[in-house]
Design a protein around this ligand. Structure first.
Ligand SMILES: O=C1O[C@H](COP(=O)(O)O)[C@@H](O)[C@H](O)[C@H]1O
Length: 249
């Protein structure tokens, strides 16, 4: 990152690549409110042009405070469908599921009026879960919030995972993932993940990251184009909307 020679972007951030803008914040409170402002403006724009907007959210440990801030935004939440970028093969009330994280952080306050589509459900098989995620994705995403693991994974696309090339080339918005042998997947190797095809239609792409290690990793990610090395590169190599990145320590 070359903060000493910033190219000022349209939002006062640093342009890391032609279509990638980076903004850093002093702390997680400022970062979370900035993310909420970006997301609420994007949803408002999407609702101006359509009867409903579709918001895809990442899970993990990073984005919770941003979702909690977003929950207070004055929006027509009853016209917003919220779905997941990816899910671990866990029931939606499992403490380690992405669905539970989104429910606990976003689906309160004003955002309680939204419609939330979990990927997993009791009695639903793994194959059905993938099929249903793809059926819901027939309505393309308006706004996508991505995260980045410390191994450069995005959604549930991990470096070195079985079938990564097929997932990256898939015409389907969601694929089944077997992340066996990928340390970044932790105990949850069976997953469902968004693909570049699912990301492509979104009018807004936001990458939320925190911490010094992810900032260092971002430099390496930005230095190349191959998503097989760092799958998070699909955030800027997939044709479509520019990528905005918000970071704080
Ligand atoms: O496993 C996952 O990891 C990524 C990154 O998570 P974080 O805890 O490092 O923020 C997340 O974006 C993804 O949704 C999740 O399933």
């Amino acid at each position: 990152m070359h903060d000493s020679h910033p190219h000022t972007g349209t939002h006062g951030g640093t342009r890391l690549r032609e279509d990638v803008e980076f903004q850093s914040f002093q702390d997680s409170t400022q970062w979370a409110w900035a993310a909420a402002v970006v997301l609420s403006a994007a949803l408002r724009r999407a609702l101006e042009g359509d009867s409903r907007a579709r918001l895809l959210l990442s899970g993990g440990r990073t984005p919770g405070p941003a979702y909690a801030a977003l929950a207070r935004a004055p929006l027509a939440w009853d016209r917003v469908d919220v779905a997941l970028v990816d899910e671990r093969w866990l029931l939606p009330d499992d403490p380690d599921s992405n669905a539970r994280m989104v429910r606990q952080s976003l689906l309160s306050e004003r955002a309680a009026a939204t419609r939330f589509e979990a990927i997993t459900r009791a009695g639903r098989s793994f194959e059905e879960a993938v099929t249903i995620a793809n059926m819901h994705a027939a309505r393309p995403a308006s706004v996508v919030v991505l995260g980045m693991g410390e191994d450069g994974h995005v959604a549930s696309l991990f470096p070195g995972m079985i079938g990564l090339a097929d997932a990256l080339a898939s015409p389907r918005p969601y694929v089944a993932v077997d992340a066996s042998g990928c340390p970044g997947a932790g105990a949850w190797t069976r997953r469902v993940s968004l693909t570049p095809a699912g990301l492509a239609p979104a009018e807004t792409r936001l990458l939320l990251i925190r911490g010094a290690r992810k900032r260092e990793l971002l430099d390496r990610v930005m230095a190349g184009d191959d998503p097989m090395e760092f799958p998070v590169r699909i955030a800027f190599t997939t044709p479509g909307a520019p990528l905005r990145i918000l970071w704080c320590p």
